[in-house]
Design a protein around this ligand. Structure first.
Ligand code: GTP
Ligand code: MG
Length: 348
């Protein structure tokens, strides 16, 4: 699953990418999703390997304030279209060494500038596609559904509302799925604060009301402070975090929020070889989940032995789970839940 990083120039996109991927450079990186449950399982099973879930990050070109040139615009939108969800990095930090491209710091203005580009691009596309469909004399029921869905989008986008907040019926969402609308997907906004803003708390009037209205989750954090935390020896981190009133690194929280924004949950496998978190979309069946591990397991699926992580953590091991009747046998259509520990039975 791919997360696209968008934002104005000098907002901190590269800083966030490096933070989430633990260094590295370039515009594409892989981020590990921190999961304390893997720590518990590692204590329990002493595996040779511990493998967290990962997501791919791609930094897209910084959107300049104002309209983009046509070529730049298309390249940027192609990038957004390829992403499964967006992480929008918005600058709140003030730093005389890194002058803000617009001359002043204003997160709400900046966030809206980027969002507006996406809304305009969607409106343009919706109108173009609708005009083409209307001319099609041979259009059938499917095209009529698409036209109706596009009409609803055009109305919402015209009021500067992203497609994701329009509450479209499932049939309309399906009809639109091939059109690559930029505001239909999920989005997370990371507000990049400086040290003082993080420590003292800072309110930007209207910002959280705006993110609410866009159905965008808002995560305040500081790329600079997080880079300092990452550079500390683990034993010193807790004190440092405490000084900012944090209980865990903001980068961990951001990675988990990004994971949720992509619509992902984890099922877990645990044994002496490996403890591992496997990303699946919410609503995935046991047989499909098995396919995440290996296509043979999906094909030869017999049953899934399932326990909830919390139960295993409480009773201590598999044996106790079985004795307490907390180990269930589930069939192929079982909907796997976040934190399910799964052992697939299959034949090849
Ligand atoms: N003071 C401060 N500086 C930051 C922070 N985050 C990023 N910077 C600095 O701001 C500059 C731009 O950060 P980048 O992460 O490169 O920003 P970007 O959004 O990738 O910028 P472009 O790729 O040019 O669009 C760098 O010099 C960073 O060191 C922060 O939280 N506080
Ligand atoms: Mg950059």
């Amino acid at each position: 699953m791919d997360l696209g990083l968008v934002g104005l120039p000098l907002a901190g996109k590269t800083a966030v990418l490096e933070l989430l991927s633990g260094g590295g450079s370039g515009r594409v990186a892989v981020a590990r999703v921190p999961d304390p449950r893997l720590d518990v399982l590692t204590e329990m099973f002493h595996p040779k390997k511990r493998t967290p879930a990962t997501i791919r990050l791609t930094e897209l070109a910084g959107v300049p304030p104002g309209r983009l040139e046509k070529g730049e615009r298309n390249a940027f939108f192609e990038g957004v279209r390829r992403a499964d969800a967006l992480l929008h990095v918005v600058r709140a930090f003030a730093d005389p060494l890194v002058p803000h491209p617009a001359g002043s710091v204003d997160p709400l203005r900046d966030a809206r500038a980027v969002e507006e580009e996406l809304l305009l691009a969607d409106l343009e596309r919706v109108e173009t596609v609708a005009a083409r469909l209307e001319k099609n004399r041979a259009r059938g029921r499917e095209e009529d559904l698409q036209l109706e869905a596009l009409r609803l989008c055009a109305q919402g986008l015209g009021e500067a509302r992203p497609v994701r907040v329009l509450g479209l019926p499932a049939e309309a969402v399906r009809a639109l799925s091939g059109f690559g609308l930029l505001t239909a997907g999920q989005e997370l906004l990371a507000l990049n604060l400086d040290e003082e803003q993080l420590r003292d708390g800072v309110a930007f009037p209207g910002l959280s009301a705006w993110t609410d209205s866009q159905a965008v989750a808002l995560i305040p954090f500081s790329a600079k402070v997080e880079a300092e935390i990452a550079a500390l020896p683990p034993a010193e981190r807790a004190d440092f975090l405490g000084a900012y009133g944090l209980s865990e690194p903001g980068a961990d929280r951001l990675a988990r929020a990004a994971y949720a924004t992509l619509g992902l949950i984890s099922f877990l496998t645990a044994g002496e070889d490996e403890v591992r978190a496997w990303p699946i979309g919410a609503g995935t069946t046991a047989r499909k989940a098995a396919g995440r591990i290996h296509s043979d397991i999906e094909r030869g699926f017999i049953r899934a032995e399932v326990a909830a992580f919390d139960d295993l953590a409480r009773v201590g091991d598999w044996k106790a789970l079985r004795e307490h009747g907390l180990l269930r046998l589930e069939g192929q259509d079982y909907i796997v839940r976040d934190g399910d520990i799964v052992n697939f039975r299959f034949h090849v």
